[in-house]
Design a protein around this ligand. Sequence first.
Ligand code: GTP
Ligand code: MG
Length: 370
Amino acid sequence: PETITVQELANRMAARVPDVVKSLMKLGVMATATQSIDADTAEIVVEEFGHKSKRVSEGDVEIGLEGVVDADADMRTRPPVVTIMGHVDHGKTSLLDALRSTSVAAGEAGGITQHIGAYQVTLPSGERMTFIDTPGHEAFTAMRARGAQVTDIVVLVVAADDGVMPQTIEAIRHAKAANVPIIVAINKIDRPDANPTRVRSELLQYDIAVEEMGGETQDVEVSALKREGLDRLQEAILLQAEILDLKANPDRSAEGAVIESRLDRGRGPVATILVQKGTLKQGDIVVAGTEQGRVRAMLDEHGKPVTSAGPSVPVEILGMSGVPSAGEAFVVVEDEGRAREIAEFRQRRLRETNAVAGAAARGTLDQMLA
Ligand code: GTP
Ligand code: MG
């Protein structure tokens, strides 16, 4: 029969079983390590892992060895990807804007920065970091639910005059659940009623012990308004990144995640994506969720065309068949036929899953009415 067990598939790809199971879940297939999946599904999973698959005989999926594992020698340090979270009005957007203004590239572009959901800051030292401007915590949750772990570091913004609030606590929970280190930015220290010490002690209740409290979480006092403490915050981010030892292989086909997307009247579907592995090039064929297409153009956060984007680099891409959902993984595939095949496969799965869910809902409704 045309099947392969999840375990065997993982072995052949040198991948971890939980990662294969997660990948299957995204396709709407629930399977454990010992369960068998059909060759068609296996092929899709193989592509998702960035490998080439070849059906050598009926029932056997052979995985090309090319790019199976990134060799240590190919790994290069990549910039950290930082998400700013915190309670309403505590100054997330202000802090992002202030940080962006420190970028050497911001000056170059004449200050005209287009709003895209993610952007890169290049420090005068040449070091880079990527910030994700999540519209809210729901987006973060949605991304995690889809298995897209894009954030390396969370900067938790707490207003010094307001202290720990419900969404602060929620952000802490999200970061802890995702196992992402937190850096606390105590903002609005310019306010006369600012009380950073109170913030530090309140955080203790939520298992965030900053250095001053004998813990290991870095905290920095900042004022987004007065642009104070930004350099120290950036230093803290770089230090945390160093500890995390973030690496990726830039010399392979690209993989990453969709940060946000929209339908532009003139340009069609526009997706902001974050490259996590490899290098995305103009002309590459990508699949993201149920959508696919050839990358017709790529733009950086200043709206400037670029022809390639390496690890941790966010770009807007044009040329997709539709609007992929935020948090969806994207992967580069070899040809358009394959891209369509995967996208159609997923569309079919989605329809089937929805049909099953619909039938189940009708079932319970029938029972209720009976
Ligand atoms: P939401 O996106 O609505 O959750 O808010 P936010 O966290 O993005 O806060 P935002 O940056 O919009 O700032 C909220 C208010 O606080 C604005 O009026 C800012 O001007 C003010 N603010 C932000 N940072 C500072 C600061 O460092 N000092 C002072 N005094 N005010 C600040
Ligand atoms: Mg905001």
